[in-house]
Write a protein that binds this ligand. Structure first.
Ligand SMILES: Cc1cc2nc3c(=O)[nH]c(=O)nc-3n(C[C@H](O)[C@H](O)[C@H](O)COP(=O)(O)OP(=O)(O)OC[C@H]3O[C@@H](n4cnc5c(N)ncnc54)[C@H](O)[C@@H]3O)c2cc1C
Length: 408
């Protein structure tokens, strides 16, 4: 319906006012185009409830903040905390520190509060002259960019937000028991904390894993005073699409299945793909080719990494953590190891083919217009059926006592 090889001059419609949709809207409106963004929910960021997320800075030698500025997006428009150091919980519960002289990642808040990433992008889109329509529905076939976020569940996150007097802290723990197939994390920023577990295997009760994760952090950070605010969470979706432009519509962010299959760092994919789609509409360049060149190789490498880690199980996680620490000691920098892990290589290309056959399932989308290969949640393993500890049972019991809700 819409022509993408020559610049289109009429009004542009974007479906979804999340990260990828707003990034596209900013670039288009700044270039003087009439842009309408149609959002199902009441506001940008309403899918999230104040949870912290990390924006990785290791998949490119160019700092992501510099990339944003080059696109014309001002990264000072929201609150971000740059990190050069995190704790990594190793097997045997030893806690090591991963360090880098450069910014490894930045913490941002998601949601509808003024300092969140979502609201920062929204303000820039409005200032550029984009028209944002909330609580609206529009047929995706009447849109140029589809930015509607995840469809299907590859992984889910369950976390608890709390108030604390604990100093700023980030800990990541690779732990197949507390986070089947994935990892747990604790983030404390300026008096607000989040402890979460990521589940890549289907479980009947995600709270059981979160309660045990909370108990683990209490045992290892005894000075942590946690005053519960609320439980948060959400899902992420990874899929390989045969085409990223369909019927003239550019699919961006998680609507295009663009996600990091290893650890779920989808924000950079979302914003970058939104910018690439806007650029294609502005100058008539080939969005499909740009996504395949810039993002798909990383997406494939992440699937290959995930496949390998699943095969190696908890020993793989332990081996990865040990190798990481050994590499950091040798180089005096913990970031090159992660960069190499994420950088597409011949080995990734080889493993990717096996991973596609073994892990992805064909799934029609858009009223069966197209079949994508989606990564579903893996089935639970027998070892996921452990009994909760006494400390976790106490946390679960306290959770069931009704209490007044508060916002941070
Ligand atoms: C709990 C959790 C923690 C995460 N942590 C991290 C992290 O630490 N680092 C990281 O990089 N990534 C993280 N991610 C992933 C990251 O949040 C996503 O990859 C990113 O938000 C995707 O951006 P998007 O623009 O594709 O979708 P979104 O930002 O979700 O935006 C999609 C928008 O489209 C709207 N929408 C949906 N359907 C329609 C429709 N039919 N019509 C109109 N509007 C519609 C939605 O309401 C939403 O506002 C996390 C995800 C979750 C769930």
């Amino acid at each position: 319906m819409f022509v993408s090889t020559t610049p289109y001059q009429g009004p542009i419609h974007v479906l979804g006012a999340g990260l990828s949709g707003l990034a596209a809207a900013i670039l288009l409106a700044r270039a003087g185009r009439e842009v309408h963004v149609h959002e199902l929910r009441a506001d940008s960021g309403a899918r999230f409830a104040g949870d912290f997320q990390g924006i990785e800075n290791w998949t490119s030698p160019v700092d992501f903040w510099a990339e944003l500025r080059a696109w014309g997006i001002d990264p000072d428009g929201w609150k971000a905390t740059a990190l050069r150091e995190i704790d990594l919980a190793l097997p045997g519960d030893r806690i090591a520190t991963v360090k880098s002289p450069r910014v490894a990642f930045r913490l941002v808040e998601r949601g509808t509060r003024p300092h969140t990433l979502d609201q920062g992008l929204k303000r820039q889109a409005l200032a550029a002259g984009a028209h944002l329509h909330y609580h609206t529905r529009r047929d995706r076939r009447a849109c140029h960019i589809v930015a509607t976020g995840p469809r299907g569940v590859t992984g889910l996150v369950r976390g608890e937000l709390f108030r604390t007097s604990y100093p700023n802290q980030v800990t990541v723990q690779l732990n197949d028991r507390l986070a089947p197939g994935a990892y747990t994390y604790m983030i404390v920023v300026d008096g607000v904390g989040l402890i979460a577990t990521v589940l890549l295997r289907k479980q009947r009760d995600a709270n059981r894993f979160l309660d045990e994760t909370l108990a683990w952090y209490h045992a290892h950070y005894p000075a942590l005073d946690r005053r519960t605010l609320r439980r948060v969470g959400g899902v992420g979706s990874f899929a390989v699409h045969p085409r990223y432009t369909l019927g003239g519509r550019h699919y961006v962010g998680e609507a295009a299945g663009l996600q990091d299959c290893l650890w779920g760092f989808g924000i950079r994919y979302a914003i970058t793909s939104g910018c690439l789609a806007a650029q294609a509409l502005l100058v008539g360049s080939d969005y499909e080719a740009a996504v395949r060149r810039r993002l798909v190789p990383f997406q494939r490498a992440s699937l290959a990494n995930r496949w390998l880690l699943n095969r190696l199980g908890r020993w793989g996680m332990e081996g990865l953590a040990r190798l990481w620490m050994w590499d950091q000691e040798r180089r005096g920098d913990g970031l090159p190891f992660v960069s190499r892990l994420y950088r597409p290589s011949l080995l990734h290309g080889f493993l990717y083919q096996t991973a596609v056959r073994g892990m992805l399932r064909r799934r029609p989308i858009e009223e069966e217009e197209i079949a994508v290969r989606h990564l579903p949640l893996a089935p639970a393993k027998r070892r996921d059926g452990w009994a909760p500890s006494a400390a976790a049972r106490e946390i679960a019991a306290a959770r069931k006592v009704p209490r007044a809700t508060a916002s941070p």
